[in-house]
Design a protein around this ligand. Structure first.
Ligand code: ADP
Ligand code: MG
Length: 264
């Protein structure tokens, strides 16, 4: 059964969408079956997957509000080799419409229920706020991956997010876990970044990925070509970093499996 990972941080511009697109592409490149769900009305993950958000036949709106089955809304042909539920400004309407419906927090969870075994990984790119869409993502997810920049006040924001995740888990999704914390746009020459990074490791230990995403201009350029960075410049440090992250996530999942499978 596919693992569902929400990529969330209430702060904008920390690398959520960049991570969603490039992690999805990296996992797909390792022959995993991947679905990416763009829950941000800005539709950046959609455009970054080479899908025109203005031309797409359906979005997360149809999935969440009209309750259309996933096969009717999914886009199978993306530049990253994964499937996509697109996002665009219609998703803003979804956020409003959801406020009036029954069991509004569980729409995404229910929409994925019958289809998650068709995928190895389902990634959800969340909007930069804790609105009903993000709550839907957290209710549907097994875990939350938090991208963050190692800058001043980053830890405060992270503590607030972890607090929110715990509160949500208590109410709508008892099994929700922190998947991992990802350092993004990292510049090892920056002393503050190194200090914050050390603090992070002290606070969150093993949850902090060893893989670090460096600041890399190729990562910022790739979306304007409608492609994940690995198909734009495969030798870039950004492409290698996201492949390393995918490898780390797979190894962690294997380890867990070994721990939970009884020896025969
Ligand atoms: P979010 O989804 O959290 O708002 P984005 O992934 O859209 O953040 O990133 C914000 C901006 O920073 C984008 O213009 C993106 O291209 C750029 N960016 C993200 N990660 C990197 C990186 N590692 N190196 C350079 N630029 C990056
Ligand atoms: Mg984004």
């Amino acid at each position: 059964m596919g693992k569902i990972i929400a990529i969330a941080n209430q702060k904008g511009g920390v690398g959520k969408t960049t991570t969603a697109v490039n992690l999805a592409a990296s996992m797909a490149a390792t022959k995993r079956r991947v679905l990416l769900i763009d829950l941000d009305p800005q539709g950046n993950a959609t455009m970054g997957s080479g899908v025109d958000k203005y031309e797409v036949h359906a979005t997360a709106y149809e999935l969440l509000v009209e309750e259309k089955p996933l096969p009717e809304v999914v886009v199978k042909d993306t530049a990253g080799g994964y499937h996509l539920i697109a996002g665009n400004s219609d998703v803003t309407a979804a956020e409003v419409r959801l406020l009036d419906v029954f069991a509004r927090e569980l729409r995404l969870r229910n929409a994925l229920k019958n289809y998650r075994d068709q995928y190895d990984f389902i990634f959800i790119d969340c909007p930069p706020s804790l609105n009903m869409l993000t709550v839907n993502a957290m209710a549907a997810a097994d875990s939350v991956l938090v991208p963050m920049q190692c800058e001043y006040y980053a830890l405060e924001g992270l503590t607030a997010l972890v607090d929110t995740i715990n509160k949500l888990a208590a109410v709508i999704n008892a099994d929700l876990k922190i998947e991992g914390i990802l350092r993004t746009m990292y510049d090892p020459r920056n002393r503050l970044a190194n200090d914050v990074s050390e603090q992070l490791k002290r606070h969150f230990g093993e949850k902090v990925y060893r893989a670090v995403i460096p600041r890399n201009v190729r990562l910022a350029e790739a979306p304007s070509f409608g492609t994940p960075v690995m198909y734009y410049d495969k030798s870039s440090t950004g492409a290698k970093a996201y492949l390393a992250l995918a490898g780390e996530i797979l190894r962690r999942a294997d380890k867990k499996q070994q721990k939970t499978t009884p020896a025969v």
